[in-house]
Write a protein that binds this ligand. Sequence first.
Ligand SMILES: *[C@@H]1O[C@H](CO)[C@@H](O)[C@H](O)[C@H]1NC(C)=O
Ligand SMILES: *[C@@H]1O[C@H](CO)[C@@H](O)[C@H](O)[C@H]1NC(C)=O
Length: 271
Amino acid sequence: MKCDSKEIYERRKNTGKQSIPTPTLLQIFIFLAIGISLVVKFRCGTDVVSFPPTCNQNVQSNERPVAYRLENLTTELEHVKAKYQTLDDTFWDVIVGSSWGHIQGNGTIKQPVVLLLVGQPKSSILDVVAKDVARLYSNVFTMRDDSIIDIDGGWQAMKEADQAKLDMDNDLENGFNNGRKVVLLRQFDKLPPCSIMLFHSYCDNENAPHKDAVIIFTVELETTVSSIAQSIEELVQEHLGSIWAQCPEELLQDKIMAMHSRVSNNIAFVK
Ligand SMILES: *[C@@H]1O[C@H](CO)[C@@H](O)[C@H](O)[C@H]1NC(C)=O
Ligand SMILES: *[C@@H]1O[C@H](CO)[C@@H](O)[C@H](O)[C@H]1NC(C)=O
């Protein structure tokens, strides 16, 4: 049986509206409705059966077919590139290169795309660039530019770590269950240090729960990067490492290394 919201919705509507000639027929309809609800519940893995149901199977109809992804990305990329003249090819190579497997989407996806957009102190464009990159991916994968789970680390900073973790986890799961694929987490470095282990699993290289997701973090550095300075990777690791070290209960050196290997593999520097 298919998880087809329209069909179920129609059936529901009909069972409600039609005058049913015999009790037997009514019973059959009710039986069917219950049966389908159960299937929907099972397939969607949700606790509440909503009509029309919002399970992945249905939401996936929003997905842009693989054959059109590259075309959309290539064209849209030209627009975004033209908008930000200061960003060089290296920047865009990181952005596009990291998502290659996802664009081709042929069943070989093993891990989510994790991007770390790094800005200079008080960067005026980091946020807008990050939003445009998120929108780009949202379009490419789902044909909707509102398919973004937007989390502001600065806002989470005001909470206790456990609460922040719980709230972000809920936001992420709700978003993913509603067919969203792109996460934009701004000011990643502002999160309560003890909350970031949440992303240890979301960004896992092998066992991430949502392998088809694109997760974009932004971080603003505290010191201006000069051309002779350390590599941007080192600066990022130092910056994040010193913050995470403030939660020794959860983030000892090995865990800090593990976090780096998850979130700072694809660093795109917003000059
Ligand atoms: C996925 O696509 C790539 C590139 O086109 C190809 O090399 C690879 O064999 C494909 N994998 C599957 C499982 O089709
Ligand atoms: C890319 O996808 C978005 C969302 O569906 C659409 O608005 C846009 O026109 C597409 N761009 C191209 C070049 O097809």
